[in-house]
Design a protein. Sequence first.
Length: 210
Amino acid sequence: EQFIFKSTVNLSAQPGENVTVWCQHTSETGINIHWFKQTNSSVPIAIVYMMISYQLKEIHKRYLNCFQQDRILMSLNIKNTSLRILNVDVSDSGLYFCGWDSRMMTFSDGTNLDIKVKCDLILTDLKKSLISTRDCSENIFYKLTFIFGGVIVILIIIPLTKLIFKIQNTNTQKKEPHSSVYAALQLSKHKSTRAARNTEDTDVVYSATR
């Protein structure tokens, strides 16, 4: 088979968009029209082919190499065939071209499809991600600080409270013997005073009798 390549055009798109690639052909197409994809100078792979009559009426269409009709739609009219790719992503980048065979394989214009992600969208998403991560980290830090602060306060207050009660009990126990001694001394002093008064009264009575 003889292969004849024509010029290529460049087409750029962003992920999520729908892209239509066009290919011109003659009215003397033959029996089959094929769509191919080629990436990085590799061997072209077949996407879909359509068997048509000489009146350009579709007879049969088949998708190949795991390409599915829910994402790639092939259409045909008198002088053009189109390949519509839905919801493109980076993996759809590559060179697309069509070919038809009759007595020889002929290739029409190719389309170099480049799927690019806008830098500003990437930066915006990155900033949002960083801000979200920072906010999350700050929230976690504040929560952990609050929790650890509460635990530390509890660990300090409980032993300190116990120590204060222990010191107070010790002081109370020390004061009680002194109070008993003081009370005993006061009672003894009171008894001595009363005895002295009684003796004095007895002496006075005795002197008066004499």
